[in-house]
Design a protein around this ligand. Sequence first.
Ligand SMILES: [Zn+2]
Ligand SMILES: [Zn+2]
Length: 230
Amino acid sequence: MVRTDQTIVLDFGPRTLMNLIKSGVDRHQITHILFSHFHADHFSDFITFFFDAVIYTKYEGGHRPDLTLIGPKGTLRLLRAIMKTFPSFASPPFGVTLKEVSTKAFTIGETRIFPTPVDHVHDLSCVGYRIEHRGKAIAYSGDSQYCKDLVGLCANADLAVLDCSFPANRPGPAHLHAGQCGQVAQEAGAGLLVLSHFYPIADRYDVKAQAAEKYGGRIRKGKDLLTITL
Ligand SMILES: [Zn+2]
Ligand SMILES: [Zn+2]
């Protein structure tokens, strides 16, 4: 979740709804969700989030602002299918807008958002997002392999949150390993690197030290409810 003049959620994987509740943020004020891609670990909890929003507004007398759901090519097809699958999702008492993005920047309030397609798997579009507000920039890789567009997305960002699925000594397909996370942050000149999206094997090695072999800046290992103020 990124808070600027807006409250924006980046992806909606397992545990996100419970973490939003634990964080004390009013989930019913979230107006924009940016999806990187539609592997289950990036959107599965959106279904419970949306169900919760419908219950809140339809049956508990609650009010929520309209919701805009943004993602890469394939977003309309998948989210429309979800809306059709669950009868209670059909006509929520708040507006829902679906939007597909590729490379075109857009603005929400005073927040500027730059999506960039990144290389993940060949059969699914994936975008990373760069969010800028009042001279600060954060970059979020989504799921990505090493690619020049990812380095560009992170260029001089104050914070880069990168997919660190694998340790450097046990690399795997479709994702960065810890050494590549360090490499991307170094080449981009990022101010702070947060490693995220750990497969179980990544947790068995010191991925922070591995990233530090390639990157001279500050590194933090991501965890649920980690909060960073820029
Ligand atoms: Zn993925
Ligand atoms: Zn993933």
